[in-house]
Design a binder for this molecule. Structure first.
Ligand code: NDP
Length: 284
């Protein structure tokens, strides 16, 4: 039988730890706090903001919101990021992206203080992911994959991992994090030949492509652990992953559900990073 790797038990366990850590920090007068920065009224951004707020609240992390209209200039936006950098009571920032076109994403990422980059968007955090330096924070979704595998006791070392998708937000950091844990990793993308065959060879198959139910039985083989990162809307208007979960049933060893899998853990990882950022800043 295929095990369903639900996100909730992972979060529940993490939250117990985070609540204790928050209580400890509060005894020293520190209250882990994040800034959520949003421009405009994009529905996906608002959903993610709500989910992040809920998760932080459950973990004991305080949230301060900075919301702007689409007409905000780049200079005004950068001053907001500078204010967050200089505010000792804010320990981390989540900047909802993509930003409007007139605000240069790279300039924003370079302006954010690396100490407060709990979402893994600065070059400093990337250096941490792509090197052995223990600096910065990994992108939350990539770390959620690792947390999921570790929570359910799925061995990574020595396994063959195939990651489909190579974005800087998900695919590449997930691949690097699996590699650091001694998996043998293959990264696939739109130019990959024989994608189905490569996917079938995986012990751990991580899919982050953004195509509803594209990964069907021809891409799967018996006994795999499947991490489905995709969040899509199917033909019936329902949320679904990149993997056709029906094809995996009975064949895979385990699979993450969508919704209720990696997406749920992603915001909990943000809260985890906020607590860690608070601790690191307090030691400076
Ligand atoms: P991007 O569009 O940035 O990247 C998609 C990647 O998938 C690209 O590398 C692309 O290859 C590859 N790809 C697309 N189509 C195919 C195909 N047919 N065959 C092989 N490779 C393909 O998306 P993201 O990485 O940002 O997101 C991926 C998915 O994950 C989306 O569904 C998104 O909603 C979801 N997501 C979920 C999160 C969560 O918290 N659960 C957080 C972030 C994203 P190429 O580079 O060649 O173009």
């Amino acid at each position: 039988m295929t095990e369903i790797l639900k996100g909730k038990p992972v979060i529940d366990k993490l939250n117990v730890r985070l609540k204790c850590e928050c209580e400890e920090l509060k005894k020293s007068g520190l209250y882990p706090t994040i800034a959520i920065v949003r421009v405009g009224e994009n529905a996906d951004d608002i959903t993610y903001e709500r989910s992040a707020e809920k998760c932080c609240c459950e973990a004991g992390v305080r949230v301060r919101k900075f919301t702007f209209g689409e007409s905000i200039s780049q200079d005004e936006f950068l001053s907001c990021i500078q204010r967050i950098n200089n505010d000792k009571d804010i320990h981390g920032a989540l900047i909802l992206r993509p930003l409007p076109q007139h605000i240069d994403d790279r300039t924003v990422c370079r302006t954010l203080s690396p100490d407060k980059d709990i979402d893994g968007i600065t070059e400093y955090s990337m250096a941490g992911v792509y090197s052995d330096k223990p600096v910065g924070f990994a992108p939350c979704t990539a770390e959620a994959c690792i947390d999921m595998l570790e929570h359910y006791g799925i061995e990574i070392a020595g396994k063959r991992a195939v990651v489909v998708g190579r974005s800087f937000v998900v695919g590449k950091p997930a691949a690097m994090m699996l590699l650091k844990r001694n998996a043998t990793v293959t990264i696939c993308h739109t130019k990959t030949k024989n994608l189905a065959q490569i996917c079938r060879s995986a012990d751990i198959l991580v899919v982050a492509i953004g195509h509803a139910k594209m990964i069907t039985s021809e891409y799967l083989s018996e006994g795999q652990t499947i991490i489905d990162i995709g969040i899509n809307v199917d033909e019936n208007g329902k949320i679904c992953g990149d993997v056709d979960s029906k094809s995996a049933e009975g064949l895979a060893h385990a699979i993450t559900p969508v919704p209720g899998g990696i997406g749920r853990i992603t915001t909990a990882v943000l809260a985890k990073h906020a607590v860690e950022a608070c601790r690191r800043l307090s030691c400076k």
